[in-house]
Design a protein around this ligand. Structure first.
Ligand SMILES: Cc1cc2nc3c(=O)[nH]c(=O)nc-3n(C[C@H](O)[C@H](O)[C@H](O)COP(=O)(O)OP(=O)(O)OC[C@H]3O[C@@H](n4cnc5c(N)ncnc54)[C@H](O)[C@@H]3O)c2cc1C
Length: 308
């Protein structure tokens, strides 16, 4: 597939934004290639239940991801997963993307949609107990904590919704949040508050994690008083925001101070023919619906660019 073929659209990242751009572009009969670093689907695959995607009452995240992938493929979109991108040459009319294995792909337009990843707390013990008590994905690891005591860190939608999902497995879930109120939507807060297996420690932050081979104890600080307390625990799930996957793009397109890609309302970056979509762009709300919308706009803008 590499070599002389020039794609109309090359999409970097196969999450909700990239797959949507793939659906729109290939359905418009533009030759389209998605290059994805990990497994296709992105953060949707990490989400136990998606209950706010319009037209779909409730679905497992991996199922929504798989449906999008099949839809894109059915229109002729080519998808290459588990690739590692080494270089971007995007300034000229024909854009070139090189992979670590030496292959190079050419495209008339490029849509960047590499998404983001969970932010870590950067506290002592976090790295040591990753995979043996610390997790960033309830869907992936929840079942390992059947009948156990777990902490969920965070106060946004992901934290509260995943805490509720974790009660299917854990005996008890304690939500630890740094503020005295939650940033999540009201219905997510109510669902968590009405769940008898969930309790709350507010205005507090974890300070360290300790154990003997596996996580056994956390220490936390009550922020208003500075008081340090200790709690025995089997698992900690961290939902403390996200980091955009734009490390490789710092010299490629304009980013803001939070390392998010700067785009206009048409999803155009500062480089002609290069667009961006999804969680990687500078915006306020990060949801599947907003990623899908961005992917749609980026694809339509890419088509317009090619026509002109
Ligand atoms: C735990 C959790 C629960 C959530 N719950 C919900 C919910 O209930 N409802 C909702 O609407 N939203 C929810 N969200 C948010 C939603 O999942 C995201 O906003 C949305 O999926 C982002 O899509 P995206 O395509 O922009 O990015 P991503 O899903 O992050 O996809 C990006 C893709 O790009 C790939 N990639 C990264 N870097 C590169 C690279 N250099 N080269 C090639 N590929 C690359 C990644 O492997 C990934 O597959 C949740 C998120 C999390 C983490």
């Amino acid at each position: 597939m590499s070599g002389e073929e020039i794609f109309d659209v090359i999409i970097v990242g196969g999450g909700a934004a990239g797959l949507t751009a793939g659906i729109y572009s290939s359905r418009a009969r533009l030759s389209t290639l998605i290059l994805n670093e990990g497994a296709v689907g992105g953060q949707m695959v990490l989400t136990e239940e998606i209950a706010n995607y319009p037209g779909v009452e409730s679905t497992k995240g991996f199922m929504l991801a798989n449906t999008m992938k099949m839809q894109a493929k059915s229109f002729g979109c080519k998808i290459r997963s588990n690739v590692k991108i080494r270089s971007y040459k995007l300034e000229s009319e024909i854009k070139k993307i090189g992979l670590e294995d030496g292959r190079e792909f050419m495209g008339r337009t490029v849509i960047l949609s590499p998404g983001g990843r969970p932010r870590s707390l950067d506290i002592p013990g976090e790295n040591e107990f990753k995979g043996s008590g610390i997790s960033y994905c309830a869907t992936c690891d929840g079942e390992f904590f059947s009948g156990k005591q777990v902490i969920v860190v965070g106060g946004g939608n992901s934290a509260l919704e995943e805490a509720v999902a974790l009660t299917q497995h854990a005996e008890n879930v304690t939500i630890v949040h740094q503020f005295d109120h939650f940033q999540a939507f009201q219905h997510a807060v109510e669902q968590a508050k009405n769940n008898p297996k969930i309790d709350f420690i507010m205005e507090s932050e974890l300070r360290s994690l300790s154990g003997n081979g596996v996580l056994q104890e956390v220490s936390m600080e009550h922020l208003p008083t500075g008081e340090i307390s200790h709690k025995s625990i089997d698992g900690v799930f961290i939902f403390a925001g996200y980091i955009p996957n734009t490390e490789d793009l710092t010299e490629v397109v304009d980013l803001n101070e939070r390392h998010e890609i700067i785009v206009d309302a048409a999803m155009k970056t500062n480089i002609p023919g290069v667009f961006a979509a999804g969680d990687c762009i500078a915006k306020r709300y990060r949801q599947v619906t907003t990623a899908v919308a961005d992917g749609t706009i980026a694809s339509l803008s890419a088509a317009e660019y090619i026509r002109s």
